[in-house]
Ligand binder design. Structure first.
Ligand SMILES: CC(C)(COP(=O)(O)OP(=O)(O)OC[C@H]1O[C@@H](n2cnc3c(N)ncnc32)[C@H](O)[C@@H]1OP(=O)(O)O)[C@@H](O)C(=O)NCCC(=O)NCCS
Length: 254
């Protein structure tokens, strides 16, 4: 399926929890549309023509006259292809045959980070061995694993039910093609149905676009406060230490 850049941008907003508000004049015909992000910002350059193309292909739907949301037909999500700019990259659950490629990719991608410990692939393996991979998503392009996202159960303070995202890694040769965004959009879409919120430790300059923010009371010992971020799905401000699964090897206790 061919999807233009503007359609892709709108689908990303919707995949992250945004919606399309619509108005009719007197008749049944929709006469104006506004695409709104989950933070209430308005997506520029979204118009009736884009809306109608998404609707015709059933990538968006409205129930009982409510705002339009992303439809199941739009899932699984796809990232942009590097050469054509079109949507043709699959985001799916890992299978046993991906495991070696995931370890390789995580090691290669995280090697670029100054704070990398070189143990990240081992953390994923331990989470998997202990049945603690709440999500293990791969981005596949032409049969090759080019991106990876893990999520595991976590606590914030005395609250269980958080989904801790990490590691998130994209093959260095495939950066800036929307793969990280597509993985994150799918992870948040799934975690919304099972978790109180998502949390992670990472560069706020990247994660702010998904709605993550640092909260004054949320911390991980030894980490600068601004890198410890959460996205509460109910909007209630969390408090306390972000407690990772023991596979991360941090000295934390519930
Ligand atoms: C961070 C990472 C997952 C992003 O994946 P990606 O597929 O390149 O990201 P996307 O294409 O969805 O988004 C690219 C955008 O994010 C920006 N970006 C990427 N990393 C960023 C960072 N650390 N800080 C700020 N912006 C960042 C890019 O500049 C680009 O911006 P633009 O669209 O305005 O040009 C990837 O760069 C990576 O694997 N990095 C090494 C491992 C890592 O840092 N993992 C996260 C911590 S566990």
């Amino acid at each position: 399926m061919n999807i233009s850049r503007n359609e892709q941008r709108a689908l990303h907003v919707l995949a992250l929890g945004g919606c399309i508000q619509h108005e009719r004049n007197d008749g049944p015909k929709i006469t104006s549309v506004t695409c709104v992000t989950c933070e209430g910002m308005i997506l520029a350059d979204f118009d009736l023509a884009i809306f109608n193309r998404l609707r015709r292909r059933r990538l968006i739907e409205s129930r009982s006259g409510r705002p339009y949301r992303i439809s199941n037909a739009a899932s699984p999500p796809f990232a942009r292809n590097s050469t054509t700019g079109e949507r043709d990259m699959l985001i799916r659950n890992e299978t046993a045959s991906d495991i070696r490629a995931i370890s390789h990719l995580v090691t290669e991608a995280l090697r670029m980070l100054a704070q990398s410990t070189g143990t990240e692939a081992g953390i994923v393996e331990r989470l998997r061995a202990e049945g603690a991979l709440a999500l293990s998503l791969v981005a596949e392009d032409e049969g090759r694993v080019v991106g990876y996202l893990a999520a595991s159960p976590a606590w914030i303070g005395d609250q269980k039910g958080w989904g801790l995202i990490g590691p998130l890694a994209v093959l260095p040769s495939r950066h800036r093609q929307g793969i990280g965004t597509a993985l994150m959009a799918e992870a948040l879409r799934r975690l919304r149905t099972t978790c109180k919120g998502a949390a992670l430790v990472g560069d706020p300059a990247y994660y702010v676009r998904f709605g993550f923010q640092a909260f004054p009371g949320v911390s991980v010992a030894g980490c600068p406060p601004e890198v410890v971020q959460a996205l509460p799905f109910d909007g209630i401000e969390p408090h306390g230490e972000l407690i990772h699964h023991p596979a991360f090897g941090l000295d934390q206790r519930v």
